[in-house]
Design a protein around this ligand. Structure first.
Ligand code: FAD
Length: 392
């Protein structure tokens, strides 16, 4: 299958990819257009996740690309970024599902698990046989999770007893395992646990009434004396540093998803501007509409250059927290402007699902806030450039 760079990839960053990577992206794009785009508005309106996408995502390799043992071929971080972009360009909720399964759940095991844990869990998660979730945020601790977690872990022999609450946990209404981050009562350090959701004392309740990423199933989790064997503690997670190491990579991927979300809205607006006529001619022939569209394309192109570079830095082992934090803060801010301008260009039709702009407009808000808000990522960069932490 041949790969065509997107018209919205204005400087053809896709040409940096290998032929094999381009083929894989072409196959992904074809599946997304054929099987996913036609069903997402309906699922979005009903706030349901289309579980039928999980198997094809696994078969296409999308759940496994980052992990050598299971990936169908050797690939670059820029390629994986383009995968996130292509997913979000069609639907940010499907992109978020992959971000949780591949980036956060598998990423936690890969980054902080032992060899035995990696061998056991990564293939099962990458094949979609086991669905994972990532439980860090709590009702009383969001941005300050590095220091403010209240969920506790108490060791009793070879068993850990977990107690606490989690909030916002994506995929958690149907996950088979959830990675739970909790403070060890003995040393006060944050540790990670692979918690089977069938464990007594674990319960997850869907958060209702969301106006953004409605297809993503976010849950409130309660843990009451949940007993987890020592063999399910992530063996290399000794402090919040391990959690940060996972988030550093996923933040850069959220920046790519932000570019994809902006592209989704922009492409809808371009289509609309070519077709919709007012004052006897297509609105795309009016200077002010062209100005909106070109501003969108400028945002997309600048953000794309940034995320390509930050992924190249990951492949070279040069990416630091502040690099991915800047990409996440910048790309999501530009996305938020872009989806607003795209919506504006569509007038009233910009707020109904039928014109393929409104969903991106609404979904952008969640991407702007999750995996570190713009303020938190700004403070990470601010600390790096001044040497002063300004979080509290
Ligand atoms: P708060 O931390 O309460 O922040 C509220 C506002 O105050 C923000 O604007 C913030 O930037 C600002 N603020 C806070 N502190 C400061 C400060 N020191 N200086 C300046 N401004 C500050 N979490 C998970 O663990 N797993 C998931 O799978 C997951 N999925 C999510 C999916 C969705 C759709 C959403 C919306 C969230 C998800 N989250 C998940 C949680 C997400 O990471 C948090 O929402 C995010 O970290 C912000 O935390 P908060 O919502 O508690 O906001």
């Amino acid at each position: 299958m041949s790969y065509e760079p997107l018209a919205s990839d204005f400087y053809s960053y896709g040409s940096l990819l290998t032929e094999r990577e381009q083929e894989a992206l072409a196959a992904l794009r074809a599946w997304l257009e054929r099987d996913v785009r036609p069903i997402v508005n309906d699922h979005w309106e009903r706030a349901e996740f289309p579980m039928e996408v999980v198997k094809p995502l696994a078969e296409l390799g999308v759940l496994s690309y980052a992990w050598d043992e299971t990936a169908p071929f050797e690939n670059s971080a820029v390629f994986r970024g383009f995968v996130a972009l292509e997913l979000a360009r069609v639907d940010a909720s499907v992109g978020t599902f992959v971000g949780v399964q591949n980036g956060l759940a598998i990423g936690s095991v890969a980054t902080a698990g032992s060899d035995a844990q990696r061998r056991e869990w990564i293939p099962r998660l990458a094949s979609g046989e086991v669905i994972g979730a990532f439980g860090l945020t709590e009702p009383l601790s969001g941005s300050d999770s590095a220091r403010g977690l209240r969920t506790t872990a108490r060791r009793e022999g070879d068993t850990w007893i977990l107690n606490g609450q989690k909030r916002w946990i994506g995929n958690a209404t149907f996950s088979d395992v959830t990675i739970i981050w909790a403070k060890d009562e003995a040393d006060g350090q944050v540790k990670g646990f692979i918690v089977p959701t069938s464990t007594p004392g674990y319960s997850a309740t869907k958060i209702q009434g969301k106006v953004s990423l409605r297809m993503v199933q976010n849950a409130d989790i309660t843990l009451t004396d949940v007993a987890v064997p020592e063999e399910l503690r992530l063996q290399e997670a000794h402090s919040f540093r391990a959690t940060s190491a996972v988030l550093r990579q996923t933040r850069a991927e959220v920046a790519w998803s932000a570019v994809g979300t902006a592209i989704g809205a922009y492409e809808g607006a371009v289509r609309y501007a070519r077709e919709r006529e007012q004052f006897g001619r297509p609105i795309g022939s009016h200077q002010l509409i062209q100005d909106l569209l070109v501003r969108c394309l400028g945002n997309i192109t600048a953000s794309l250059g940034m995320v390509v570079r930050v992924s190249e830095m990951l492949d070279r082992g040069e990416q630091r927290d502040e690099h991915s934090a800047l990409a996440k803060a910048y790309a999501t801010a530009r996305m938020r402007e872009t989806v607003g301008w795209a919506r504006e260009a569509c007038g009233g039709n910009g707020i109904v699902l039928d014109y393929d702009v409104a969903r991106f407009f609404a979904d952008a808000e969640a991407l702007y806030s999750y995996e570190g808000t713009r303020e938190m990522n700004t403070l990470i960069v601010g600390r790096a450039i001044t040497g002063h932490a300004a979080f509290a």
